[in-house]
Design a protein around this ligand. Structure first.
Ligand code: FAD
Length: 353
């Protein structure tokens, strides 16, 4: 078993930012990533997702991406950037290595059990993102549906849906983008729990800060975090205007149940409305990937892990970066620096104020 100061789990924006600051601090660490290649979750995102108007990946610390190519898939552009980043700073990457569990080790250390052996660490940065835990809401009759159900995480190309009626569920950016893209080649119905928000004008920094503060308060209280991205609404692009004019963005409230041939709304007087469908696309978001931390018993009765700054309140050796308020590319950058400051103090290193 290898002994080390710090294990970082995950090599997305959060893991790489943490690795950069750990490296600068001269700490002995390793980054374990279960993905096959550099790129974090970006490597798995669908080819039509580009770094266009709605997607902004902040530079990692110490190496700007340069002018992002907005014509090629972000899965390629970001993966190339992350690969260059790992090379430039000679980061100690190990992949593909999946962490199965983190548990109490000996002598106050953490035992990190993986598909490539065990590590014994004095501190841990958990930067595992959300991509591997797509959230599927449950609706009555869901298992009886005769068509195809898929989640954003499974989406590859709209061509798969040609000639089929697609129900898109969800009000976030992915839902809007996929809906507009699919509606160009086939018929769609849009269903959301809450009315979606479209914004005129520039990105609202105030709304973004308020969303981060709200999520921060939730994780400090040990509640499931909720999302910080998307709180500022979807920009009114020419494509959105065209989709609105074409009726593509006319949304229906959430249906009540699913039947073999489609989705159904029941009204108060016992009548029902059926939309027949071949496909239900659940663009319903993701949840934090933290099940491997279960042996540490960090979960609160409220269902989340209590986190202050980046530190798990119940175990200060454990830092969650890219979790809750830092689950954005800019938030992950800052959280990486904060986590490393805390870890240096924990390990007894002098840290400038
Ligand atoms: P990830 O990029 O998900 O990286 C986590 C890594 O951990 C992965 O490589 C994974 O394989 C690895 N891992 C997970 N579990 C284990 C394990 N047990 N053992 C080993 N390795 C493990 N944010 C923005 O700021 N701007 C955007 O434009 C933007 N666009 C988005 C578009 C989509 C479709 C989605 C879903 C999210 C978007 N986000 C965006 C949010 C975005 O996910 C985060 O900002 C950020 O990229 C997440 O980085 P991360 O490092 O936390 O996680």
């Amino acid at each position: 078993m290898a002994e080390i100061d710090v294990v970082v789990i995950g090599a997305g924006q959060a893991g790489l930012s943490s690795a950069y600051f750990l490296s600068r601090a001269g700490l002995d660490f390793v980054v374990l990533d279960r993905s096959p290649r550099p790129g974090g979750a970006w490597q798995f995102r669908w080819p039509s997702l580009t770094l266009g108007a709605t997607h902004r990946v902040h530079d990692l610390p110490g190496l700007p991406m340069g002018v992002a190519d907005t014509t090629r898939p972000s899965s390629e552009v970001v993966s190339e950037y992350f690969a260059a980043y790992e090379r430039t700073f000679d980061l100690p990457m190990r992949r593909p290595v999946a962490v199965r569990a983190v548990r109490e080790g000996e002598g106050g250390r953490l035992l990190v059990e993986t598909t490539a052996g065990d590590w014994s660490a004095r501190a841990l940065v958990n930067a595992t993102g959300t991509w591997d835990r797509p959230f599927w809401p449950r609706y009555p009759g869901q298992e009886t549906f005769l068509g195809r159900q898929l989640h954003t995480a499974d989406y590859v190309t709209r061509e798969e849906f040609a000639g089929r009626h697609v129900v898109v569920v969800g009000a976030g950016a992915s839902a809007v983008q996929l809906l507009m893209e699919i509606a160009e080649i086939t018929t769609t119905t849009w269903v959301t729990r809450r009315p979606p928000v479209f914004r005129e004008g520039p990105f609202d920094e105030g709304a973004a800060r308020a969303a981060v503060a709200r999520v921060d308060a939730r994780v400090r209280a040990g509640l499931p975090p909720g999302s910080v991205v998307g709180a500022t609404g979807y920009p009114m692009t020419p494509q959105v205007r065209a989709a609105m004019a074409a009726g593509v963005l006319d949304r229906l409230p959430m249906f009540d149940r699913i039947v073999p041939e489609g989705v159904v709304w029941d009204d108060a007087v016992g009548q029902r409305r059926l939309v027949t469908a071949d496909v239900i696309l659940w663009a319903t978001g993701f949840r934090p990937v933290v099940t491997h931390l279960a042996p540490l018993r960090l979960r609160e009765p409220g269902g989340g892990i209590r986190v202050e700054d980046t530190r798990a309140v119940l175990d200060p050796r454990v830092h969650l970066v890219g979790y809750g308020p830092s689950a954005s590319t800019i938030g992950a950058n800052r959280a990486g620096r904060t986590a490393v400051q805390h870890i240096r103090r924990l390990l007894g290193e002098p840290v400038a104020a």
